[in-house]
Design a protein around this ligand. Sequence first.
Ligand code: ARG
Length: 390
Amino acid sequence: MNKKVVLAYSGGLDTSVAVRWLSDKGYDVVAYMADVGQGGDFQKLKKRALSAGSSKVVIEDLKEEFAEDFAFQSLKAGAVYESKYLLATALSRPIIAKGMVETAKKEKAGYVAHGCTGKGNDQVRFEVTVMALAPELEIIAPLREWNMFSREEEIEYANEKGIDIDVTKKSPYSLDQNIWGISIECGVLEDPWNEPPEDAYKMTKDPKKAPNKPTYVDIEFKNGVPVKINNKKYDPVDLVVKLNEIGGKNGIGRTDLVENRLVGIKSREIYEAPGAWILHKAHKDLEALVLDRELLHFKESISLKYAELVYYGLWFTPLKKALDAFINETQKKVTGVVKMKLLKGVVSVAGRRSPYSLYKKEMATYEAGDKFDRSVAEGFIKVWGMPYKK
Ligand code: ARG
């Protein structure tokens, strides 16, 4: 087999060292960079990949597809992992891995590689996606193979090999960011008793310092997909970016989770997802207005399962596809507007309306105009309670 490998390249220390490590082993390394909204200077990182020894760098903007087909699909599903994580990192892995596979096909490479550590979830997500989409590709995980176990050793290796890395910019945390949110771990966060210091947060303002007056935002959904903010139309990416900005200013969307990793350990991570949390709460509230009781309750169990699938790296699987068909069916009437109130780290729903609303004032009211037939309640209760009476 030819020794050409497509490496998912982030531009950080691990993947820059991986480029050289692979090329020293005789591989022709194509560095693949997917833009999912992580920010950063791609041209500068491209130079770094080339200086580290890649023969080619491929940069792809996946933001739109990520927002539409991954983030918004998970929004429709109502997926939240362990009540606190809207899955920003987990959702980005399958799309990046898919991009890597497509690049490997174009480049006629027989191998793909990633820079994930050997004890995280991301290695699983990357590799399971590759296995599902292109079983013929061989996967290399340099960080599981080489015997550099600390950042210091990697820096030493980089210096020895003359790879340009800027260690000075190193944050004390490990970060992973995209338009759907940021995941932050390591450093002082490794002690679950330590309150996250303010400098750990990147997307949100300290709620204490956020405005004392509430900000209201109207979010309009069409078939479960957010389309307008304050009556103005936005493309999916711009809509999320805009809500990140408004939510961030109000300190919205911070969570702190001791989570169960797929590989069997508990880890502590903090998350920021201002836009995603505003959308998630708005979407759920609109569903409460338009979905009937049985569907609404049943869908909750699907949301849990869906979050697990995403977290476990099972995006490209038959179950996920079947659940999507169910979810899309449930969204046909999830159309309407939700008025959100943002205040000092808290996002709440102030109002909601929909042409498909199942809320009927004449049935619910305790005032004049009541159409609820109380006479049938008695019979209903007799039958409902009969087994217990007997
Ligand atoms: N715990 C999260 C997950 O498994 C995020 C992992 C990456 N976090 C990071 N800070 N690099 O999806």
